[in-house]
Design a protein around this ligand. Structure first.
Ligand code: ISL
Length: 562
């Protein structure tokens, strides 16, 4: 694979604009703030910045409810601020990937406003998914991913519209060629601005099943779970091929599909190396392992996943896509809890060790790694105590539905679930320094800063050569220097199968081998992996190497040649 593409060798840094840096002191991060911090991102050594949505929005769902795809959210800045950000990023050799949210728009989008008028002669009616009531009710039993039904009734026209997410996020009708054309036109417009690619929000959901049948409904659930029915629909690959022809193939972009419900077989199509659809996908299986066993509770739980299950999943994806499609690698994003709290150990004793261990395990795999803002500092979950601390509609709605409406969970238990899984864990402001509000803003931030910012912050990390930041910097540098990290064959160490404490795998290219050994526990364990004498250490998170003795959260990565 010596002809690897630039995006296969790249590392991406994700910025959640609202929470990165506030430049005008209104308590909300903005584009100028990001521009001011580009040097920091550059110092980390990444190649690409992915910006969560920065478009005009109704602000119901963190910008994932777009009311104008070609305008900037005024709270974040102006179009000229975006152009400046893009220009400065390019000057620094950083590419910029935008978020494309086209499974749904905001209800305030002009298309939806026009679609409210019923009638065959109205071309916009068919931009969305309108259906007659069935026996005076919703057209089917689907629930919204953000609680409540997936349908909202419109008195004026006597029909329901579909919204897989909030009622303010009506689903677009991709079966309508005119809609597809409008989307492709908008994408081409962004291309003229000089952007470098798109991350595509729930793109696996754009083709809905013929006839919109009822979805399976758990015993305690109020609604059917449409997830499996809407994921990877009959025409999704046709629509992405079309997008590829109309837009993507004209550019040397990075494209990644957020594909909830994607299976390995489907990923082989979305992310095939022949370039007919997208470059890669975000798969969700490893993010779902610690969800609740009761489907009515969805992701809400406080269970931890065991290493065997997590490893089995990651190994499956490494092997299945090798040579055929391309993986993206991630532990974190704006929807997920902080990885050091989730799969590591965020106590003061083990936070740094386990953050480094997790980083190394992910960054030596095959695929394009994504780092979510603050992950490179080992930022932790926020552990809010009150419901009033939360801002995310998913958390708030789930609380109301599960605790107050259905009484499936008591208040304290649900608060403990929110501490573990709320998306707000990822969205607390970036911790820049130990000054007021962590240097994020002089105003009270829109979401509270994690109180641990006095200790965990970028300024402190940059002064400490042993920080998580410099560990990430080294991982990124190694990826850029060693083709084996991009191209090498992945193998689990045979003796590692079923191991409850240690994850050990190799990468191999020609005569070179990389061996990664990671202890996922707070215990000292002993493992004897035969190492040639010539092995050199690429990274480690303890100052010395005690050979077969693995200390809590120890990771060691060796390289050797036959
Ligand atoms: O619904 C899910 C699983 O069936 C979720 O995992 C879903 O895929 C995920 O929440 C989608 O996230 C993306 O789209 C949402 C937005 O709120 C998230 O922030 C975004 O990442 C709706 O646009």
């Amino acid at each position: 694979m010596t002809d690897s593409k630039w995006w296969q060798r790249a590392v991406v840094y994700q910025v959640y604009p609202k929470s990165f840096q506030d430049s005008d002191n209104d308590g909300i991060g903005d584009l100028k703030g990001i521009t001011q911090r580009l040097d920091y991102i550059k110092k980390l050594g990444v190649d690409v910045i992915w910006l969560n949505p920065i478009y005009k929005t109704s602000n119901i769902d963190g910008g994932y409810d777009i009311s104008d795809y070609q305008a900037i959210n005024p709270t974040l800045g102006k179009m000229t601020d975006f152009e400046e950000l893009l220009h400065k990023a390019h000057q620094l050799g950083l590419k910029v990937m935008m978020d494309l949210v086209v499974n749904h728009s905001s209800f305030e989008h002009e298309w939806f406003q026009r679609s409210l008028v019923k009638g065959k002669e109205n071309p916009y009616r068919d931009y969305y998914i309108w259906r007659d009531p069935v026996a005076g009710h919703e057209p089917n039993n689907w629930g919204s991913f953000f609680s409540g039904p997936a349908w909202t009734y419109d008195e004026a026209s006597g029909q329901y519209y579909l919204h897989l997410f909030a009622k303010e996020q009506p689903d677009l009708n991709w079966d309508n060629p005119r809609l597809r054309h409008s989307i492709f036109e908008m994408m081409n417009w962004w291309a003229t601005k000089g952007i470098d690619g798109f991350r595509m929000d729930v793109i696996s959901f754009i083709s809905k099943p013929e006839g919109l049948p009822d979805a399976p409904q758990g015993a305690q659930a109020l609604y059917g779970d449409a997830g499996a029915l809407v994921a990877n629909g009959a025409h999704v690959h046709q629509y992405l091929h079309e997008m590829n022809q109309e837009v993507l193939k004209k550019h040397d972009w990075i494209t990644v599909g957020e594909t909830a419900g994607v299976t390995v077989d489907e990923a082989l199509k979305y992310a095939a190396l022949d370039g007919s659809e997208l470059n890669m996908v975000f798969q969700f299986e490893h993010m779902g392992l610690d969800g609740n066993k009761n489907p009515a509770l969805g992701k809400w739980d406080n269970r931890r996943v065991g290493l065997p299950e997590l490893r089995e999943n990651l190994v499956k994806w490494q092997k299945a896509l090798a040579g055929k499609a391309w993986n993206s690698l991630y532990w974190n994003n704006h929807d997920q809890p902080r990885v050091v709290s989730r799969f590591g150990n965020d106590s003061s004793k083990y936070r740094v060790l386990s953050a480094k261990m997790l980083a190394a395990v992910l960054h030596f795999m095959q695929g394009t790694p994504y780092i979510y803002q603050g992950e490179e500092l080992g930022m932790t979950n926020v552990y809010f105590k009150e419901l009033a601390d939360y801002r995310d509609l998913e958390s708030l709605n789930a609380y109301h539905e599960l605790v107050e409406q259905e009484k499936l969970v008591d208040k304290q238990t649900m608060l403990s679930y929110l501490q573990v899984h709320s998306r707000d864990n990822a969205r607390t402001p970036m911790q820049w320094d130990d000054s007021r509000n962590a240097g994020f803003s002089e105003q009270t931030p829109w979401l509270q800063v994690n109180p641990n910012y006095k200790k965990i912050n970028a300024a402190a990390a940059l002064e400490d050569p042993t920080s998580v930041f410099y560990f990430y910097q080294r991982l990124i540098k190694l990826r850029h220097e060693l083709p084996i990290i991009t191209e090498g064959k992945f193998e689990l160490m045979p003796e590692n199968e079923g191991d409850h404490a240690v994850f050990a795998y190799t990468r191999q290219l020609a005569k070179q081998t990389i061996l990664v050994i990671a202890n996922f526990t707070a215990e000292v364990v002993t493992r004897n992996y035969d190492l040639p004498h010539v092995a050199k250490t690429l990274v480690k998170n303890y100052p010395d190497d005690q050979k077969e003795k693995l200390r809590p959260y120890e990771v060691k990565v060796y390289m050797y040649e036959d």
